[in-house]
Design a protein around this ligand. Structure first.
Ligand code: SAM
Length: 163
């Protein structure tokens, strides 16, 4: 593997072939978003190249998408092809090349319908995972939901995972 660009091309093929179950999870998340019946606001922690968000949000009106990743390469990729959903003209896209631990506290409380952290939390120590979960709880609306890796927690279970 010669550089980061090649690695992300390989990773994109892994996702496209559903080897890490991204496609399965995106089906569940699309159902959740359809049930919200409003344009949605999404935070994507460790957003990578944005494949997961594009797939989840493709049939949803996106009011705001916040993508956060420490890699400038992947932020450039999301910028080139952002997850604007079904109404691209009205989607606000904010991309931060930053550590989630500095980016999350700056976001407003209770204003997001979905927090994605697909295959990101495993990078963190246990205490840092707890910090991130507290931040996820702070960001979500009462009806909001969170997903991490191949798992999903919506509405009723939200308080349980974030407690
Ligand atoms: C395995 S990739 C997952 C990408 C994408 N969410 C997905 O499901 O395909 C993990 C991503 O998390 C990012 N990452 C790791 N630690 C981070 C941190 N502390 N803050 C922001 N991003 C981080 C990496 O740069 C990488 O893009």
């Amino acid at each position: 593997m010669s550089n980061m660009f090649d690695q992300w091309n390989l990773y994109s093929r892994i996702l496209a072939n559903n080897y890490m179950r991204h496609r399965d999870l995106s089906v569940v998340l699309r159902e959740f978003l359809a049930g919200l019946a409003r344009s949605c606001r999404v935070v994507d922690l460790g957003c990578g190249d944005g494949w997961m968000a594009r797939e989840c949000l493709k049939s949803t009106q996106v009011r705001r998408y916040v993508g956060i990743d420490t890699s400038a390469d992947v932020i450039a990729r999301v910028r080139a092809c952002p997850p604007t959903g079904s109404d691209p003209d009205n989607a606000r896209i904010d991309l931060y090349c930053e550590d989630v631990f500095t980016a999350l506290p700056a976001l407003p409380a209770g204003e997001f319908d979905l927090v994605l952290s697909s295959y990101c939390l495993h990078h963190f120590s246990q205490p840092r995972k707890r910090d991130v979960l507290r931040q996820i709880r702070r960001l979500l609306t009462p009806e909001g939901g969170a997903s991490s890796g191949p798992t999903w927690q919506g509405t009723a279970n939200r308080r349980a995972i974030c407690a």
